[in-house]
Design a protein around this ligand. Structure first.
Ligand code: PLP
Length: 294
């Protein structure tokens, strides 16, 4: 299938995606030695770009990979790709790897090796009307990922296997458990609602500090009580509502867990209210003058 937005950005140049080339000796290819970000674009505006770019910078710093661009430069690349795509709902993907050297050495390459930097844009997959009306099914699985899930590493093999396992069992997301606690989804953060209180795990090494999670917490402030704390699978099973949140999917209700209904088995009132608030928030941002810099 032809790519609908064929312009990408690679190591400083805008070029057709079909012409972009990276060496097979790139450490991203050999070792998954890199980090990435996904910036959502709603109503033509990158949403929460600065937190995304700051998290990108932090991921790279934790991996001891030099970020080849400043936040302002990444912002410019993002805006340029959005301008070229000319579509209001998009996902901008950014990635940096530790670069390419001859051979295959676990040790870091010499400082003279330049990181490989890449960005491309793709359509934002809108949630189906049936998902908004009926919610998603999810399954619980053991969290088999590494011990630094706070880093948005391109090493996503465990996430890939978990998501596929969920799909094979009829679920749209795997909700992960480690040491008796629920951590997050395979590509989303998690919220539960119990007796009117919104509960989500704290940011630590075992979860990605989600940008959508932060947006939800800001929109919830003063509207419903919030607790940032760990919860067990049993607590999640007994919740009135379960939500997953990510830049790529927004905030979606989970209405079936391991084949059993969650709460009433339909998207709950707290999710309905949050979804409406988020849409309103995006409308408000879209009505403001565009800021090119992040
Ligand atoms: N957790 C994981 C493992 C993810 O991969 C993602 C997003 O891809 C998230 C959480 C949600 O983060 P964000 O809301 O910033 O997209």
């Amino acid at each position: 299938m032809a790519d609908p937005y064929p312009i990408c950005w690679l190591n400083g140049s805008y070029l057709p995606l079909a012409q972009a080339q990276v060496s097979p000796l790139d450490r991203g290819f050999l070792f998954a030695d890199g980090a990435y970000e996904v910036v959502p674009v709603h109503r033509g505006r990158p949403f929460r770009m600065r937190p995304h770019l700051e998290r990108f910078d932090r991921s790279l710093a934790e991996l001891r990979i030099r970020n080849p661009l400043s936040l302002a430069q990444w912002s410019e690349v993002t805006h340029e790709l959005v301008r070229a795509a000319q579509a209001p709902e998009l996902l901008v993907y950014l990635q940096v790897t530790r670069g390419t050297e001859h051979g295959r050495n676990h040790l870091f390459p010499p400082a003279s090796v330049e990181p490989t930097a890449f960005a491309f844009v793709s359509p934002y997959p809108q949630p189906a009307a049936s998902v908004l009306a009926n919610g998603l099914a999810a399954v619980t699985l053991d969290d088999s990922r590494w011990a630094r899930c706070d880093i948005k590493s391109v090493a996503l093999l465990a996430n890939v296997l978990l998501r596929q396992e969920a799909q094979d069992r009829g679920g749209a997301e795997a909700l992960l458990t480690r040491d008796g606690r629920v951590t997050e989804g395979s590509s989303s953060t998690i919220f539960i609602v119990r007796a009117g209180t919104l509960i989500t795990p704290p940011n630590d090494y075992s979860i990605l500090p989600g940008t959508t999670r932060d947006a939800v917490l800001e929109l919830a402030a003063g509207v419903l009580p919030v607790e940032i704390r760990w919860f067990t699978v049993e607590e999640m099973r007994g919740a009135d509502e379960i939500w997953i949140a990510s830049a790529g999917r927004g905030v979606l209700p989970v209405t079936k867990l391991d084949g059993q209904p969650v709460g009433s088995g339909a998207p709950g009132p707290a999710w309905q209210a949050m979804h409406a608030r988020l849409q309103q928030h995006l409308d408000t941002i879209a009505s403001r003058p565009a800021l090119e810099a992040c």
